[in-house]
Design a protein around this ligand. Sequence first.
Ligand code: HAM
Length: 433
Amino acid sequence: MAERLQAIRGMHDVLPERAPFWQHLEDHARAVVEGYGYREMRTPLLEPVELFKRSIGEVTDIVEKEMYAFEDRGGDRLALRPEGTASCVRAAIEHGLLDQPQRIWYRGPMFRRERPQRGRYRQFHQIGVEVFGLTGPDIDLEVIAMTRRLWQALGLTGLRLELNSLGDADERARYRSALVAHLRAHEAQLDADSRRRLDTNPLRVLDSKNPDLAEIIAAAPSLLDYLGEASRAHFEQLCAGLDAAGIGYSVNPRLVRGLDYYNRTVFEWITDALGAQGTVCAGGRYDGLVAQLGGRDTPAVGFALGVERLLDLIDTSTVETGPDAYLVALGDAAAAAAPAIAERLRDAVPGLKLVTHCGGGSFKSQFKKADKSGARLALILGDEELAGGTLGCKPLRGQGEQRALSFDELVTTLRDGPNIGVLRTDTASGRSG
Ligand code: HAM
């Protein structure tokens, strides 16, 4: 037998059994972000490697160690995108979208060559939003409120919001000097990684998970003490807005994020239920990035959530995974008539998930397949039904007798199905989920 190939480590297939859970999350996320007027943008998975170096930062883990970067056959240096923000900024500049405010959302796979473990993958998926052209704390509040709305829609509890302000570039530079002075005073106790970061990216030392450094980090000066008046007012207004909206948060002055482009507001939604990989959503303001990538000075804010991590938290037991109905046909005449009847049903019930049995077989074997499909109802078409213009309808879950229904009665029954319900809300209100 030929050798079997396997998926790349840290990159996973989403099998049909689990796909409904992904769709459940994606449908809710889309309904929420579109409910705030965000419009979808899709960008390529490959970008010039330079884009990420110039945005995420040369001396970040992502760019230094984790990017899938390579030279293509034409000699171009490319990278599989490790995140979506840089691509959105590139596209917004390239297509001239920035002469007015933009609210954009995106979803899709991202790639980082990290050490795989639960909640940390080499191909993972994000759903994110980016807002361009709005500078006040009101839009920071909006993007955070949007995430809270999504957690509520998904029935998630136990997520906590951590918030910080990184100030502006000059405020951060002053803080950086104070931090370096503090860390230098304890240089002998620092680990190799932190000592290296001391020269390249000292704020990242605050992010160290090394318990031996906890005390030094706790005693470090606080970024919030270095904010100027405007940054402080921005942060205070955001906090007041969160209070007014009833969104709980805690200020974490050590929250610095692993990407270099942020200024002022940064935030993370964190759970204790996933061990070390507890950040399910993260973002903040990045007012300098558009100009840094060659666009005109444009303020920006956004976030991205980790789909796999959220799926680990969601109670999927109530998510419908099977079709609404499975049509079995007994005898040659019924088998010949079934496809046309199935098409009429699909016409009459938009959104209906109906599997038509193919491949013949005994009543028993067809029924077994109906059962295995996870359908709510088996629809039975035999000679008798064909003659009487009816279809047998038998619930496959829970109690319920088989009943003979006319086509119209069946349409009414099917319209009450859970899948149909979702789609009806969809068409009626522009929302799904
Ligand atoms: P990030 O913190 O690098 O931010 O990633 C955002 C989220 O993606 C994380 O909180 C986590 O849930 C998920 N994530 C990241 N890496 C992995 C991984 N290896 N495996 C599984 N999930 C992962 C950004 O990417 C920014 N672009 C967010 C942003 C948008 N800021 C402003 N706009």
